[in-house]
Ligand binder design. Structure first.
Ligand SMILES: [Zn+2]
Length: 387
């Protein structure tokens, strides 16, 4: 697959609409994937995934009313409830908040009335523009939770630290709903020899984004890996999974793990997760156990040196919370996660297809194929916990 082909397919996928769990576009995307997998002689299956429903609503505003006046860019956090009309209160700086476990360290503010009762929470992103993320388990579901940018958060906190009173008006009509369903799409390519691996990418998005980088890119890479594997039989048996519900605390991959059962998980030599082939020139890896992580790191570095020497590679151990490989890691399955991170495009309306993303899709397919063929079965992971 070349870069132009990758761009054409990514554009087609994103033009189906956003792929928000429970929304209209994700059903179209599932069919689009199944049709393309079946067209090369594979038999794709669907695995329905029901998750707690949520609707973003039509309104979400945070407006500073004192000591200056400004309407801030904001997004409701997933599973937040709304206000019933606008509410106004004083902002209190509470401290740090881990999002996706400890993967991102945000700041948390409350908006309180004259009696000190909480009217809303504001979540300040660690870096970049406001972006919706799922709320940590146990968040107060009776009040709205809205994400604001790093910069707006810093401006508010600055004033509070100087002893000033900052007032904001909050209005949001997002709401939880009954369960909603979308499908994991899976396919298996039998190997000529022994061993079994799983390669996955989530194809769902948030409601506010075309999700080209996150994660249309991994989806197109996985689709083209499927074509390559069907044309050139692998040694190992390869399970491919296009997950839904990644943005919903990994709901799709967690469902998959439950469905296939522990015997199949034990059979898997390792899991490779492709999430976010952005248009940057910087690769980030996260994997475990540590010997496996070092092996993946050296293989990727060797591929980079051969084909794109200017690209930098960073590696992280242990595996990161907040990506689908964690659903397998907590079951002891060795995992590796590959991304070209574009944090400023994450969950943004302007996460649209471009040549840089297409280049990184085209580059990643043979690199992942090589990992499937050449990495030995590592030891199991132990003592991994969840979000
Ligand atoms: Zn993602």
């Amino acid at each position: 697959m070349d870069q132009d082909q990758a761009l054409a397919e990514l554009t087609e996928l994103t033009e189906l609409g956003n792929r928000f769990h429970g929304g209209y576009g994700i059903g179209k995307a599932a069919k689009w994937l199944v049709d393309r997998l079946n067209a090369v002689g594979l038999t794709a299956s669907r695995m329905p995934v029901a998750l707690p429903g949520w609707h973003p609503g039509a309104t979400a505003t945070v407006t500073v009313t004192h000591p200056w006046e400004e309407k801030l860019v904001c997004w409701p956090m997933l599973w937040s409830n709304g206000t019933r009309g606008p509410v106004t209160g004083r902002v209190v700086f509470l401290g740090n908040q881990g999002i996706w476990g400890d993967s991102q360290l945000w700041k948390r503010l409350s908006v309180v009335d004259d009696q000190g009762s909480v009217l809303a929470f504001l979540h300040v992103r660690d870096k970049g523009p406001a972006a919706p993320q799922p709320l940590p388990s146990g968040s107060d579901s009776t009040v709205p939770h809205l994400s604001i940018s790093q910069w707006d958060g810093a401006a508010i906190i600055d004033r509070i630290k100087q002893g000033e009173t900052v007032q904001v008006e909050v209005n949001a009509d997002c709401r939880t709903t009954s369960d909603m369903t979308s499908d994991n799409v899976t396919v298996t390519i039998p190997g000529s020899g022994t061993g079994r691996v799983l390669v996955c990418a989530h194809y769902d998005t948030f409601w506010n984004t075309p999700g080209a980088y996150d994660n249309g890119s991994g989806t197109i890479a996985l689709l083209n890996l499927a074509r390559d594997l069907s044309a050139n039989q692998p040694q190992r048996t390869v399970d491919l999974a296009f997950f839904t519900g990644e943005e919903w605390h990994l709901g799709g991959s967690r469902r998959y793990v439950d469905e296939v059962g522990s015997e199949r998980l034990q059979e898997l030599d390792f899991v490779l997760n492709i999430d976010g082939l952005g248009d940057s020139d910087h690769i980030e890896l996260a994997s475990g156990p540590e010997e496996f992580e070092q092996l993946v790191y050296s293989k990727i570095r060797a591929s980079v040196e051969r084909t794109r020497a200017s690209t930098t590679v960073a590696t992280r151990f242990p595996p990161t919370k907040g990506t689908d490989d964690m659903s397998f890691a907590v079951q002891g399955v060795p995992t590796a996660f590959l991304t070209f991170n574009n944090w400023h495009k994450l969950h943004q309306p302007d996460d649209t297809p471009n040549a840089g993303i297409a280049r990184n899709i085209a580059w990643s397919v043979p690199v992942v194929r090589d990992l499937i063929e050449t990495l030995d079965r590592p030891d199991r992971l132990s003592h991994v916990d969840f979000l």
